[in-house]
Design a protein around this ligand. Structure first.
Ligand code: HEM
Ligand SMILES: *[C@@H]1O[C@H](CO)[C@@H](O)[C@H](O)[C@H]1NC(C)=O
Ligand SMILES: *[C@@H]1O[C@H](CO)[C@@H](O)[C@H](O)[C@H]1NC(C)=O
Ligand SMILES: *[C@@H]1O[C@H](CO)[C@@H](O)[C@H](O)[C@H]1NC(C)=O
Length: 333
């Protein structure tokens, strides 16, 4: 090999390496920011808020449902709007996954938000960002904190049914919840703060009825308050319909507040995954539960930070992904 050809091949190798490094750097540096739509869709936050509040007037639960959508989107291949895709020739939807089927709701409201935004600024705002904004509007409109939502996510072109089937389960032991959160870069404080979203909304009997009758050794869950348990047994009789709804927060079911954590202190966590945060012996999450139970300000501050952390899970930015024109379908399909 001549010296000139070897130097040219090593310099093209260097160039390729530089491009790879630049792409890597851009990938890790790709920053979401609150001002992303400032010039292209300045009213986007106000539009989302108004559609959410209009929906809330006829459906007090919708704010909880929209907040949950954001969680189920972000935990499955990042916050890419994949949760919104319908089944099609090329998509096996996440909607059909076990944790989601006959459980997730709010898709029509997302469609209404998208339609209102498309009228104001066509082709600009991603469905992934709509979910982030709708969650903030929902929390704020239910008495919780408001915050500046980081924006600039783009929409994915794929869904992942298997990953959706592996979403955190109410029957998971705490250690599994911790590992599912740490797999997406979230820690114990995020786990506890984000579980605080169970301060509003509903759960079906089938999501917790195993705790009521024969949890272990033929006995109900010993970490469930007996009088709360008997109320739940009346609403969820053995062999009865698994789809009956129950308030996740029996104290203030429609308000975003810290009562969820006070409920845990009284053994009134509805889901096994809720009560475990406090009742698992030696768990590092217990002291976080107690600190949020003692201070709504502390809870709200942590919740906002954790929603931002969750919203940062693998966003598609720059030229990756697309801006869907219909949140239910990949463009051109
Ligand atoms: C820690 C792991 C979590 C588990 C195991 C879990 C599990 C569940 C389950 C089983 C339900 C009831 C579903 C049904 O019965 O149909 C539910 C509802 C809900 N979850 Fe979670 N969840 C978790 C974390 C989160 C997070 C991080 C958020 C949001 C930040 C969230 C927000 C909600 C809301 C608002 C509802 C009520 C939805 C409605 O009424 O439509 N959850 N969750
Ligand atoms: C974007 O708009 C918001 C609200 O109008 C304003 O507070 C903010 O300073 C703007 N940011 C930039 C970077 O232009
Ligand atoms: C979702 O639930 C419906 C019943 O409501 C059922 O017909 C359908 O097969 C379920 N989807 C999947 C993918 O299991
Ligand atoms: C409780 O569950 C165990 C297995 O988990 C089962 O062997 C037992 O028969 C059940 N008892 C009742 C009363 O249903």
């Amino acid at each position: 090999m001549s010296s000139s050809s070897s130097s040219s091949s090593s310099s093209s190798l260097l160039a390729a390496l530089a491009i790879c490094l630049a792409l890597l750097f851009q990938g890790s540096r790709a920053q979401l920011r609150p001002s992303f739509y400032n010039t292209t869709c300045p009213d986007v936050s106000a539009i989302v808020l108004s559609v959410v509040q209009e929906a809330q007037r006829s459906d007090v639960r919708i704010t909880a449902s929209l907040t949950r959508l954001f969680f189920h989107d972000c935990f499955v291949q990042g916050c890419d709007g994949s949760i919104l895709l319908d089944d099609s020739a090329t998509i096996v939807s996440e909607k059909g996954a076990i944790p989601n089927n006959n459980s997730l709701r709010g898709f029509n409201v997302v469609d209404n938000i998208k339609a209102a935004i498309e009228r104001a600024c066509p082709g600009v705002v991603s469905c992934a960002d709509i979910l982030a904004l709708a969650a903030e509007s929902s929390v704020r409109s239910s008495g919780g904190p408001s915050w500046s939502v980081l924006l600039g996510r783009r929409d994915g072109t794929t869904a992942n049914r298997n990953a959706a089937n592996n979403l955190p389960s109410p029957f998971d032991p705490l250690s599994t919840l911790q590992s599912k959160f740490s797999a997406v870069g979230l820690g114990n404080t995020d786990l506890v703060a984000l579980s605080g979203a169970h301060t509003f909304g509903r759960a079906q009997c089938k999501s917790f009825s195993n705790r009521l009758y024969n949890f272990s050794g033929g006995r109900p869950d010993s970490t469930l308050n007996p009088s709360y348990r008997s109320t739940l047994q009346q609403n969820c009789p053995q062999g009865g319909p698994g789809s009956t709804l129950n308030n996740l927060d029996p104290t203030t079911p429609n308000t975003f507040d810290k009562n969820y954590f006070n409920n845990l202190q009284g053994n009134r966590g509805l889901l096994q995954s809720d009560q475990e945060l406090l009742s698992t012996s030696g768990a590092p999450t217990a002291s976080i539960v107690n600190s949020f139970a003692n201070s709504q300000g502390t809870f709200f501050q942590s919740f906002v930070q954790s929603m931002i952390n969750m919203g940062n899970i693998s966003p598609l930015t720059a030229s990756r992904g697309q801006i869907r024109s219909n949140c239910r379908r990949v463009n051109g399909s």
